[in-house]
Design a protein around this ligand. Structure first.
Ligand SMILES: Nc1ncnc2c1ncn2[C@@H]1O[C@H](COP(=O)(O)OP(=O)(O)OP(=O)(O)O)[C@@H](O)[C@H]1O
Length: 322
């Protein structure tokens, strides 16, 4: 289906592919990133490099630490130890809204389309800084109006690409689960990110929209973006990922191209340890998603963004770092 990036273009040494292997052109480099919750070590990543301009899948059994690792990289959670860079910039300690502004945008396992707002309003929110009811805006109103028009045009273009343009004025709450996933992805693109991080993009999406989502993800790569996604659906991973990173019990236990990773004993062990009945070749089901925590953190990040931008519309928050 996709044009896979050859392994030789991704790693420095194709003959020695081990967890933490050096990439030719890494966009993210993480070192000694750990996160404990009480006595539980949720993430303990010694070294990981994400190759630029390709599609990397982060897989692993439930509870492996994938979402927590996403949260740490994107500033939605703070690690106990570790450093990481994005495009060479040190991100440790940087809040989520600043990480997003640098071009590292994520979506959530449970979509955060803000149901009380319309589809187009959600899209405008994705554009980041738009000015607000501040003095600067009051003085330079015509300039801001121009910028707002530009944002609307861009939003409508993206909505058309994602076949959501007819729904622009509908409340996001009226969309189906799959359409919300599309909206979240479209909104992420408003800020022209370099790295798009998708947390279980296929979860809760009905089969009719699955192919469409797959094509949109492949399209991101065609447009020069890097994609990192968490996914349980191994068919999807096989189909679109250039590279697969496997987590188990917080650590990176294997990485490599999908064709070899699925037969790696460490990977089979990791999955069989958690699911005695799982066949990696046929694992396709959508996971039931547990709603956990942290709506306060997300709310705080959005409030912070609004405070900084001075934007008038105060969105309601939905969920969370999942
Ligand atoms: N806020 C939290 N407080 C306490 N424990 C947490 C918290 N967030 C995650 N954990 C625990 O950390 C571990 C890793 O969870 P995480 O959600 O990152 O795994 P995951 O690989 O994303 O799982 P899944 O595939 O089920 O989404 C789990 O044992 C989880 O229960």
């Amino acid at each position: 289906m996709s044009d896979k990036t050859p392994v030789a273009d991704l790693v420095l040494d194709v003959d020695n592919i081990v967890p933490g292997v050096a990439k030719k052109d890494p966009i993210v480099v993480a070192d000694s990133v750990s996160r404990q919750f009480g006595g539980l070590t949720a993430v303990d990543v010694a070294h990981l490099e994400i190759p630029r301009g390709s599609i990397t899948a982060l897989i692993g059994p439930n509870g492996a630490g994938k979402t927590t690792f996403f949260n740490l990289l994107t500033g939605f959670d703070k690690p106990n130890t570790g450093t990481w860079t994005f495009g060479g910039k040190d991100l440790a300690g940087m809040p989520a809204f600043k990480v997003a502004r640098l071009g590292m945008i994520r979506t959530f396992q449970l979509t955060k389309a803000l149901g009380g707002m319309t589809v187009i309003e959600n899209m405008r929110l994705g554009a980041g800084r738009q000015g607000g009811e501040n003095l600067f805006k009051a003085i330079f109103r015509p300039l801001w109006r121009g910028r707002e028009d530009e944002i609307t045009v861009k939003a409508m273009d993206l909505l058309a690409r994602f076949k959501l343009d007819a729904k622009a004025d509908d409340h996001a709450s009226s969309l189906s689960g799959g359409q919300r996933k599309l909206l979240e992805m479209a909104r992420a693109l408003m800020s022209e990110p370099e790295l798009v991080m998708l947390d279980e993009p296929m979860a809760g999406v009905n089969p009719a929209l699955t192919q469409s989502l797959l094509h949109h993800i492949l399209d991101l790569k065609t447009q020069g973006m890097t994609v990192l996604f968490v996914e349980h659906d191994m068919h999807m991973v096989n189909e679109i990922a250039d590279w697969v990173v496997v987590m188990a019990e917080g650590r990176i236990v294997a990485e490599g191209p999908p064709s070899t990773v699925m037969t790696d004993p460490a990977v089979i062990d990791a999955y069989l340890g958690a699911h005695h009945d799982v066949d990696l070749g046929t694992l396709t089901g959508q996971q039931e998603i547990a709603e956990t925590m942290d709506s306060d953190l997300v709310k705080h990040e959005i409030e912070h963004e609004i405070e900084e931008d001075g934007t008038a519309a105060a969105p309601t928050t939905k969920k969370a770092t999942k």
